[in-house]
Ligand binder design. Structure first.
Ligand SMILES: [Zn+2]
Length: 338
């Protein structure tokens, strides 16, 4: 419900902007040529960070992070200046999927077809969202909700259910390596004269990602267990599949539900006790309250896991990166796999 309301107000905003640029706001259009730089715009922090590593000290490029530090990527709504920023970008790097439906709408309405818009989800094999490992007594809640829009009974509806792909592709360092290559190619295409520098920088950065990948493999190999419990959403599917880990979670993907029912919480407490789970995780973007409740009832300790959806303002100011945030997960895993 909330999303369709947002969608309506966003569409109204978008047509306003198009009207504005169509009526000859030449001062806005000239902004790009004034600084003589190639404008690269990214939606999420991870793509900003990858582009930053590839660009290095090269001064030809102006890099913009659209979702400011601390912004929630699933409820983000672009402002008029964000829309103009996207329309004027030479290179746009975005994730795609439901989370960023608004990017596609801006691109569809954009008359400037000269920009290079790269949807990261187009460059990787997508995984279907999973619900099997979700601890909830209401597994069919989702289908019942949607059946209001259809006349079919629930059985038919389930058969016709559209496949939902998980959008959190960056959570796997192995996929991140491919995405860095994709970003490097896009930036090199926009600034051919510095292409060698970008490829060299990307190569060095990929080596760091390979080290991170090896570190995860060795920590996981040394672990005594292979299942973690998240009293939270679960945006780490690609990471878990890559490393052969298993999980229990309160919600699949990035559900808009934020508070599990008391029955779900008591199921998680039971699971934690049954399997002597040492750590109950929550994500950097979430409230730790549910993890704390479970911790009070069991021997498990609450611990934060980094999904790298966004970055906090403090971490951003301290120069943290995708790699440094992911390294926190190495420590998180060492405790949770004991
Ligand atoms: Zn998410």
């Amino acid at each position: 419900m909330k999303q369709s309301f947002l969608k309506k107000s966003f569409t109204a905003l978008l047509s306003g902007i198009i009207l504005m640029s169509g009526s000859g706001c030449s001062n806005i259009i000239n902004m790009k040529s004034e600084d003589n730089k190639i404008h690269v715009v990214t939606t999420l922090f991870c793509y900003y960070d990858f582009a930053r590593a590839i660009i290095g000290d090269t001064e030809n490029i102006d890099l913009t992070l659209l979702l400011s530090p601390g912004m929630e990527s699933h409820s983000f709504e672009p402002t008029p200046s964000d829309i103009i920023e996207i329309q004027q970008a030479d290179v746009l790097l975005y994730n795609g999927g439901h989370m960023e439906y608004w990017v596609q709408e801006i691109l569809d309405a954009n008359k400037n077809k000269n920009n290079l818009a790269i949807c990261m989800m187009d460059y990787t094999s997508l995984l279907e969202e999973e619900t099997d490992n979700v601890i909830t007594p209401h597994n069919h809640e989702h289908c019942e909700d949607e059946s209001h829009h259809h006349d079919d009974d629930e059985h038919n509806h389930e058969e016709e259910h559209e496949i939902e792909y998980d959008e959190h592709i960056w959570s796997s360092p192995v996929i991140a390596i491919n995405l860095v290559e994709t970003i490097c190619d896009a930036i090199s295409e926009a600034d051919i004269e510095n292409s060698d520098i970008y490829h060299k920088n990307a190569e060095a950065y990929i080596k760091e990602l390979q080290t991170l990948d090896n570190d995860f493999r060795s920590v996981i190999a040394k672990g005594k267990r292979d299942t973690l419990l998240f009293a939270d959403k679960f945006p780490m599917l690609y990471f878990f599949k890559e490393y052969g880990l298993k999980y229990y979670a309160a919600f699949a993907g990035c559900s808009t539900d934020t508070e599990p029912s008391s029955a779900t919480i008591s199921n998680m407490i039971e699971k934690t006790k049954e399997e002597s789970i040492p750590v109950v995780y929550y994500f950097e973007v979430s409230n730790p309250a549910v993890a704390e409740i479970i911790s009070e009832e069991t021997d498990a300790v609450p611990y934060v896991f980094q999904s790298c959806h966004t970055i906090t303002q403090d971490d951003f100011n301290n120069g943290e990166t995708y790699i440094s945030l992911m390294k926190r997960n190495l420590e998180a895993l060492k405790i949770g796999l004991q």
